[in-house]
Design a protein around this ligand. Sequence first.
Ligand code: CA
Length: 226
Amino acid sequence: MATVLLVEDDATIRTALMRGLRDRGHAVSSAPTAMDGLRQALAERPDLIVLDLGLPDLDGTEMLRMLRAVSRVPVIVATARDGDAEMVRLLDAGADDYVVKPFSAAQLDARVRAVLRRGAESRTDSSVSVGELRLDPRSREARLGGALLDLTPREFDLLHYLAARRGEVVTKRELLTEVWQVPYGGADKTVDVHLSWLRRKLGETAQEPRYLQTVRGVGVKLVDPS
Ligand code: CA
């Protein structure tokens, strides 16, 4: 069971899908416009969003881009258009999967479960190794070259978030959203301070980084230093 936000302007489709997903055990809320969808996505922090591309106020792809600037919540896009080019465009814009209209609630439920399973495997539950660094979210243990690191819960989450995205530049904005769960505002300084504590525990400095590489003006990335 998951909490799902359904962004769909067609009341008939919305009602049918909400009922179908609820019957399958999900907690579903809905929004009829892109702007409502964005607001609710940030306020409710659902496990997953089902996004209709044909919305009255904003193009769904546009909403997806805006959402992706502040959140990594899995998104399944509902489109009337089929084809490889369309699929590539949507995945590039940050969709995790898509369904082509018309589709049934059963079909959507199968996609919802598949996307959440994939997310859980790749992001949360699985241990991550980068170089000599090893993080196990189940035991919440972080080791560097076999030695246990003494991390606070937040430091662990931060390090795991970056390690799960090794080589990827992650913005401070995204870290505030995903690790601190602060959708708006919040100070970049918070991230900087935690990064410097993490660096110390990893035995490195901003001047001589190993795992934690700052990308000036963009964010930070975790790399294998060897
Ligand atoms: Ca529509």
